[in-house]
Design a protein around this ligand. Structure first.
Ligand SMILES: [Zn+2]
Length: 149
């Protein structure tokens, strides 16, 4: 574990995001990997106590993804961090990105039932704002083209 990882995980927002990822992984694993053997995660995040006394219990595949995601979150170069789905820096490897997208898609809506309503709503609002801004950007470009013509 690097100093930078430990420093980042000591930050409230980074720890909170990491815990949320852990909760998402648990929801996803239970729903998509029936019969898989699940054990408590052993990772640098766990060693630092980020998840509290009960680290997420997931299968080996989900543990791999979650351990990877911890690192990506800790080493995120953006401050403030945008929602990963709207970020222009692709810090995830392609296959991990695909896997994380599946986890988010599955667990995001289901997490509303588990007390993450506020995070999910924030994500939704942020997503709409992002879509509006993208639309406005396209419109502006369109106007510019018309003015030049
Ligand atoms: Zn799993």
């Amino acid at each position: 574990m690097t100093d930078r990882f430990a420093e980042q995980m000591a930050l409230r927002d980074v720890a909170k995001d990491t815990r949320l990822l852990g909760d998402f992984a648990v929801i996803y694993c239970r729903g998509n990997h029936p019969g898989a053997e699940r054990t408590r995660l052993e990772s640098d995040g766990v060693a630092l106590g980020v998840y509290g006394r009960r680290p997420p219990k997931v299968c080996a595949d989900c543990a791999e993804l979650l351990t990877y995601a911890e690192k990506r979150r800790a080493y995120c170069p953006k401050d403030p961090k945008p929602f990963c789905s709207h970020c222009d820096t692709h810090c995830y490897k392609d296959d991990m990105r695909e896997r994380m997208r599946d986890v988010m898609r599955y667990a995001g809506p289901r997490s509303i039932l588990r007390g993450h309503a506020i995070d999910s709503v924030k994500h939704l609002i942020e997503g709409r704002r992002h879509a509006r801004e993208a639309a406005r950007g396209r419109q502006a470009a369109h106007h510019e083209r018309e003015e030049r013509a």
